[in-house]
Ligand binder design. Structure first.
Ligand SMILES: C[S@@+](CC[C@H](N)C(=O)[O-])C[C@H]1O[C@@H](n2cnc3c(N)ncnc32)[C@H](O)[C@@H]1O
Length: 348
């Protein structure tokens, strides 16, 4: 991954937001300035490196473009960009609560996630997609399904103020990070521009991810299981965790191909104690794309103890989210005593 660092205050393209951002202010005045300037310009502050990156990767389709400030500077710098928003500010009479004032820097057209399918040959640009809403994931899925290959994302990372879990799962599973570009940040924000390219075409098995930093604690715990008490030797190995990630990638792939929500994917790896052990106690690791969970239980499926471990990846859909046609076509089975349908993808 390449990292572009910058500390420039001025650049080739006239950028009034950057100048106003750098005006000396302290304490509460800085917070007040943020409120006014994000509404007037953008939720993220473009600098010359970020604009050059977009210009290099143009033509661009920007979704959720707000006032169109970034798009106006990309155009001034010689890039090609089309921009859409559900409520282009200025033309939507205060309906866009992220940009209540009528500032409009570019001809932002009215359009939601479906529009992006017409621009699969453009680089997709998402800048501060709304927090905890499906917008970013919806746009990205449609772009991928239409054959899109390149994404520029500006915002915080997972568990920050932008996008939702499904969006970050898609990034993890399907996209490679090419470049990170530093941009100025408002106090307390962890903003940045990341350039991604698609790993492979949809329909193939995607390369596995190594353990992410957030999983590191669990990873160690899993390794610890092999130590104490001695009977737990080989209960869960690194290989099991790796396999779980592989299964999860397959499940996500399956969901993408069948237009199912990624949140319906689950994977579980479990293990019983060694056959000599009479307690028939199971250890399970569940992964839903955002967090691993570990549980111990006496599990009926482990009543016949066997050595080694097993794993399964499942697509689980709430009864309300699935049609009779889908149940049939996908071979889903009703989960006993639960309001769910399930299709187990793989067992080992
Ligand atoms: C936090 S603002 C960011 C706007 C702009 N990208 C920026 O950085 O200032 C989120 C934007 O996403 C737009 N948006 C939210 N849901 C949308 C949808 N379903 N279709 C199109 N735009 C949407 C909002 O109208 C808003 O302008």
């Amino acid at each position: 991954m390449k990292v572009k660092k910058t500390h420039t205050v001025s650049g080739r393209i006239d950028n009034p937001y950057l100048r106003e951002f750098h005006e000396p202010r302290h304490g509460i005045a800085r917070y007040a300035a943020r409120d006014a300037l994000v509404s007037k310009y953008s939720w993220a502050i473009p600098n010359q490196d970020a604009l050059d990156t977009l210009i290099e990767l143009s033509p661009i389709v920007e979704m959720g473009a707000g006032t169109g400030y970034w798009a106006s500077l990309v155009t001034k710098g010689g890039g090609e960009i089309v921009a859409f928003d559900e409520y282009p500010p200025g033309s939507s009479e205060g309906k866009n609560h992220w940009h209540p004032q009528p500032y409009q820097w570019f001809d932002v057209q009215k359009g939601g996630p479906d529009v992006v399918a017409q621009y699969a040959d453009h680089t997709l640009f998402l800048c501060w997609p709304p927090y905890a809403k499906s917008f970013a994931a919806d746009v990205l899925k449609r772009y991928m399904q239409a054959g899109g290959q390149r994404l520029v994302y500006v915002g915080e990372s997972q568990y920050g103020c932008t996008g939702d879990d499904e969006f970050f799962i898609l990034l993890d599973q399907f996209w490679n990070v090419d470049t990170f570009v530093h941009i100025p940040e408002w106090d307390g924000m962890h903003d940045g521009m990341t350039v991604y390219s698609l790993k492979e075409k949809i329909g193939s098995i995607y390369p596995l991810l190594g353990p992410r930093k957030a999983d590191a604690d669990l990873w160690d715990m899993v390794v610890d299981f092999q130590g104490e008490p001695p009977a737990w030797k080989y209960v869960l190995t690194k290989q099991d965790v790796k396999r779980a990630q592989e299964l999860y990638a397959e499940a996500v792939n399956f969901a993408m191909q069948n237009d199912l929500p990624i949140s319906s994917c689950r994977v579980e790896v479990g293990a019983c104690l060694s056959p000599e052990n009479q307690r028939r106690f199971g250890v399970f690791l569940n992964f839903n794309g955002t967090a691993w969970q570990c549980s111990y239980k006496r599990a009926p499926q482990l009543l016949t103890p066997r050595p080694g471990s097993f794993g399964r990846a499942a697509i689980e859909l709430a009864t309300d989210d699935v049609s009779k046609e889908q149940i049939k076509a996908l071979g889903l089975k009703k989960v006993r005593n639960e309001d769910k349908y399930r299709r187990v993808v793989t067992i080992f």
